[in-house]
Design a binder for this molecule. Sequence first.
Ligand code: MOS
Length: 707
Amino acid sequence: MTTAFIGQPVSRVDGRQKVTGQATYAAEFDQRGQAHGVIVRSTVANARIASIDSAAAERAPGVIAVLTHHNAPRLSYRPHKAVVDAAVGERLHVLQDDRVNHQGQPIALVIADTLEQATHAATLVRVTYAPETGSTDIAGVEPVPPTPRQGGRPEESRRGDPEAAFAAAEVKVDYTYVIPRENHNPIEMHATIAAWDGDRLTLWDKTQWVHNAADEIAAVFGIPPENIRVISPFVGGAFGSGLRTWPHVTLAALGARVAGRPVKLMLSRREMYYGVGYRPHTVQRVALGASRDGRLVAIVHDGHQETSTYEEFSEALVSPTGFLHSCPNVYTRRRIARMNVHTPTYMRAPGEVSGIFALESAMDELAVALKIDPVELRLHNEPEQDESKKLPFSSRSTRECYRVAAERFGWIRRSPEPRSMRDGRWLIGWGMATATYPMNYAPASATARLLPDGNAEVTSASSDMGPGTWTSMTQVAAETLGLPIERVKFILGDTRLPKAPVHGGSMTMASVGSAVQAACRKAREDALARGGANDLTDAMRRIGQPIEASADVKPGDASQRFSMHAFGAVFVEVAVDPDLGETRVRRIVGAYGAGRIVNPKTTRSQCIGGMIGGIGMALMEHSVVDGRNGRVPNANFAEYAVPVHADAPSVMDVIFVEEHDPHVNPLGVKGVGEIAMVGVAPAIANAIFHATGKRIRELPITPDKLL
Ligand code: MOS
């Protein structure tokens, strides 16, 4: 009997439930007597509601209530700021006044017996607007610095004399890179079922953080968070869209309160483009100066992004630039463009993936200008420490990542000249980029309960949006307890369980995993001591009653002593059709130094997902925003293209470089959720340049840009 599970490619413990339809997602927790909610959304971006007439909707068959700002209950909207919320500003106060802040803002809620009745009645609500002037076009908005905050990311940073060093540099590149708005498109739409029992509320919600959903709705309704239970055992993809709690959750709870019945509210695919956040449109200038022998002497990275008028959301766009490559003179700045749009949010590797697209594209342009191999250029500029924080890295395996990925890829056979490699009529291009993402470790709690029959139940209120948290936590628990994996049940996704941090920022394995390990250690030691045995099963039989142990973990001072990040290298082969401009990604090889890998099977699966996300970002994804009114004309799966199986290369090699990092957290993991997407888009853009000689600095790289 083996109980060594950490590091083993264990298959998903919830796999059978998922493939047999037994895994229950938010919208599937149907309640007895449940009514249905449909949101009426504004058709303008910036206005006052002049009139709203819901009489016809109220008379429609099956309608229970129509809520507008005229008759909706007043909500408390107590201040509540979670780490995933916009740092500055006030969340949208839904149905509280006549103000329209963005296209698609909820302006009425129809509750009816059936979804069809609610959908029909929603079409009968008549609205007129008093328009106001504003902008939904980033090109017409002057970027401004974000409001400085205590403990926030600096909006500007400088070391050395970057302007002078750039001016004097022997070789330089200086370009602007643009990434359009992109939307999360998980298979599962956001959905909430709300049910009140007196002053207690239960929410079945698609969320990456059950406790935050409870805290948020408690603040909105002015009730104690303990009165709210949030249940979310399965999440069908989220990528950041489920970090915050969006207005539809409030509306479901409001509708249920007014109707006096449970209410189900599920967003349509179109509503996903208006009802939850998105990756903001970014515009970035990167200027690199180098000596002729390939040493960086200056980096200027200046980027801005869209945000709403009512909240300041800004991401870590330029953060990696200070430490990814060695350079004595660095200037970074990030700014925001306040527009009449809804607030953007985190989307898979938020900030890093966008900033690195610009930086690693520019590095490739510099390599071309220097006539140096792009891997060589990076090796020439490999830093000895984090030069922005002046701290050693807890571990950094970039050299090893370049080496093993290049070897697996066959990089040595690359002919450097653009357009010099072909396969029949296809132009072949090989490109690469560096990847990085911070190691995030946050306070987390877990409980382990050992039963006399030798089974164990381990709990933490985490989430599993797909990476395999159910499975990896079961592995950590089983190994720590010394029990066969079938005897251990891990449970997550319920506010009744011990608190976990947000299931995002690649921090779940580090944080929840360390808590699970600590709780299981404690429970095992207690049981062995009390049972007077060396074997846990024997001990539990002797004790004859359950043993429970809880543990809380939190980061120590390691972040003051070390700079802690995962690093990686991504190599890509593309084939470009010279007549049609179509790009096919043929191979991706990624090597990552991400600390300990708890489950190489689910982790590889995560990385493949990130790579495919990177293909979407590079070649397809673009939420087109109509600059006149903020509408997204392609808010659907027919016109917002995401990669399908046929777009994914058959070769996606994921290599984990062996890394033992004792500083990061007790489990020694760095997380991989986000880093696997970082570097993919620039590696593809760089490969396309190599194939075609065309440098595309505005994503996505669609055929029209290559013809
Ligand atoms: Mo990820 S953007 O933290 O879900």
